[in-house]
Design a protein around this ligand. Structure first.
Ligand code: G6P
Length: 610
């Protein structure tokens, strides 16, 4: 979603800001804008649409200046137009503000400020904030104090950066519920909502916490609370380099991330598999695992693809721990008066660690006395910090909006957690050792699946024009069917539904005819015979069948129009393999249909609004 970058130093700000915006493109946006100060004057340019167009416009109006802020906006309040794009300005044109988040009480504030004579030009909630700051500033307070007073009146979430013509060598920033990170360098400093925007300039960063603000100049960063108490912050190192956020020769980030999976799965498991003991070593929870082990109920909550991983967690945890486990959409969980107590332990999953609904679910769970564990990818993210303990994925930045490598590693982490807890409980060492052995084989097995890329592309060519797809699976492969369908929907805009295969006859079977491709995950596991019967039911109605099947299963050929083979694995680990051909199928169909694979329309990588 929205992205913020700000620069103060001695270099020209424009190219730095533009580069920062490009690095955050993956988050999803629909307009962009920039403000730079030169000779005590603000120069601002905004455009709707993609950065390419914005860059061309900037080339025609290059701005000089060494202090500036820029923003990519994902529309919430008001259409994605030039006028609604950030930065926004006060009445006298002395302030320029970019904002991520939502000002919930903007209507009441807007009315008050309009009555006081402020003129509004946009439909955004953000514009209210800049006028509110102006209002306080005009009452003879310092600008810093005016920001503080304005923020104390705001309800909602924000990460803001503000520049002013009066203090042209300073950027003011503040955070509540919307991430901001400060980049520290020699004679220059940065602010961004995403470390990806900073990595080409510095690796030294400080994460602002909720309720903090900072004043950045070229040589200093001063952090305080919004209530004006000094704060001393830790300087941290960004744990990845530029190469991780570049395409490295691939046409799209999504393809790169799919292809990276032999390595990312290995990275997730690195140092965490104890062969001799037949268990997992999880530094993030081993000091604090009793509540999980003795929980009377486990509740997993997440959104989107992470929710599908959570479903797989439910299957694993119930199978091996025998603890009743439920999965809830984070957005539903927090609003339906959930039953939670000290005996219920919550596990949240989030790749970005910033999803607003998931964060809100954590707050709700904690309020009700539950302990909350996290499974996140982004180190230092809001969710990672809001949870009591947790496990990181360690797959590096995921740039493609449609989650791929994070999903498989979320499942692997849930597998590791299950193994760790089950061994503490009742799983015999021998069984633990077998699971460890099988987990170790995953990277090589994934590499084998990726060799079928051209076959999958051929299948995609045949079906690219179809407008509906059905994905069916049973047991552990039911959530995989959901995930396969979501991938296709997200990036190719083709309607697709995932269903438990046996449920097909209670509805979706009515849709089946020669125009309906049905993707079956038909592994030779405990549900194989049943799924073959479901395939027959589709074939009897002229549906076309694409089967994801176990290597060596010749029998499947007589039942399916196309077969993509996947190496065998214990059922609980199958999803890490069977989801990969579905990622590739979605990818190729989207590319063939000419879709913007990495930045699908309307979607955002990090959904920071509820
Ligand atoms: C967005 C993304 C999805 C992602 C979901 C949850 O909708 O487009 O790919 O699965 O958010 O994100 P999280 O970062 O919490 O896993």
């Amino acid at each position: 979603m929205c992205g913020i970058i700000g620069y103060v130093g001695s270099r020209q700000a424009m190219p730095i800001l533009l580069n920062g915006l490009k690095r955050m493109e993956y988050r999803g946006y629909d307009s962009a804008g920039i403000s730079i100060i030169k000779d005590h004057e603000l120069h601002c340019l905004k455009r709707s649409g993609k950065i390419n167009g914005f860059e061309k416009a900037l080339q025609k109006h290059p701005f000089d200046g060494t202090t500036g802020i820029a923003h990519t906006r994902w529309a919430t309040h008001g259409a994605p137009s030039v006028i609604n794009a950030h930065p926004h300005s006060d009445c006298k044109g002395r302030l320029s503000l970019v904002h991520n988040g939502i000002i919930e009480n903007y209507q009441a504030l807007k009315k008050e400020l309009s009555d006081q004579g402020h003129l509004f030009k946009t439909e955004t909630d953000t514009e209210v904030l800049v006028h509110l700051i102006e209002e306080f500033w005009d009452k003879n307070t310092s600008l810093e104090e005016a920001i503080r007073l304005a923020l104390s009146q705001v309800k909602g979430t924000y990460g803001i950066a503000l520049i002013s013509t009066e203090n042209p060598d300073v950027i003011y920033v503040a955070r509540s519920g919307s991430p901001l990170v400060l980049g520290i360098s020699q004679g220059e400093n940065f602010v961004a909502s995403d470390v990806a925007a900073l990595i080409s300039h510095t690796k030294e960063v400080t994460y602002l916490d909720d309720g903090e603000m900072a004043v950045l100049s070229a040589d200093a960063i001063q952090v305080k609370t919004i209530t004006d108490k000094p704060v001393s912050k830790k300087v941290e190192k960004i744990g990845f380099d530029l190469e991780k956020i570049e395409k490295s020769g691939y046409d799209h980030f999504m393809l790169k991330e799919i292809m990276e999976q032999p390595k990312t799965i290995a990275d997730t498991m690195r140092g965490r598999l104890l062969e001799n003991e037949g268990t997992a070593k999880l530094g993030g929870i081993e000091h604090d695992f009793e509540s999980l082990l003795y929980a009377r109920r486990l509740l997993l909550t997440a959104c989107g693809t992470s929710w599908h991983a959570a479903l797989l967690g439910e299957y694993m945890l119930e199978e091996y721990l025998r603890i009743p486990t439920e999965v809830e959409y984070a957005s539903e969980f927090r609003y339906r008066n959930p039953i939670l107590d000290r005996d219920t332990v919550v596990i949240v999953l989030s790749q970005s660690g910033e999803t607003a609904d998931t964060l809100a679910a954590i707050r709700e769970a904690k309020k009700r006395g539950a302990k909350v564990y996290g499974v996140c990818n982004v180190v230092g993210s809001s969710i990672a910090r809001a949870t009591d303990a947790g496990v990181y994925l360690h797959v590096g930045p995921e740039i493609g909006v449609a989650s791929t490598k994070a999903f498989t590693s979320q499942v692997a982490v849930l597998g590791l957690i299950t193994l760790f807890l089950a061994r503490k409980k009742s799983m015999p060492q021998k069984q633990g050792k077998r699971i460890v052995e099988e987990m170790k084989k995953l990277p090589e097995k994934i590499a084998r699946i990726l060799e079928h890329n051209s076959l999958i592309r051929e299948i995609a060519e045949e079906y690219q024009k179809k407008t509906n797809f059905l994905y069916l699976g049973r047991g552990y492969n039911f959530p995989v069917a959901l995930e396969g369908a979501l991938k296709l929907k997200e990036i190719s805009y083709v309607h697709a539904e995932g269903y438990p295969a046996a449920e097909m006859k209670h509805g979706p079977i009515a849709l089946i005819d020669e125009n309906m491709p049905v993707v079956f995950i038909a592994m030779q596991d405990s549900s194989y015979d049943k799924i073959i019967s479901n395939i027959q039911e589709v074939r009897a109605r002229k549906g076309c069948v694409i089967a994801i099947a176990t290597e060596g299963d010749e029998n499947i050929n007589q039942h399916a129009d196309h077969v993509v083979y996947v190496p065998e694995a214990p059922e609980c680990l199958e999803p890490i393999l069977t989801s990969i051909p579905l990622q590739l199928l979605a990818y190729h169909i989207a590319v063939l249909r000419g879709c913007d694979v990495d930045q699908p329309r309307n979607l955002a990588k990090s959904v920071t609004v509820e």
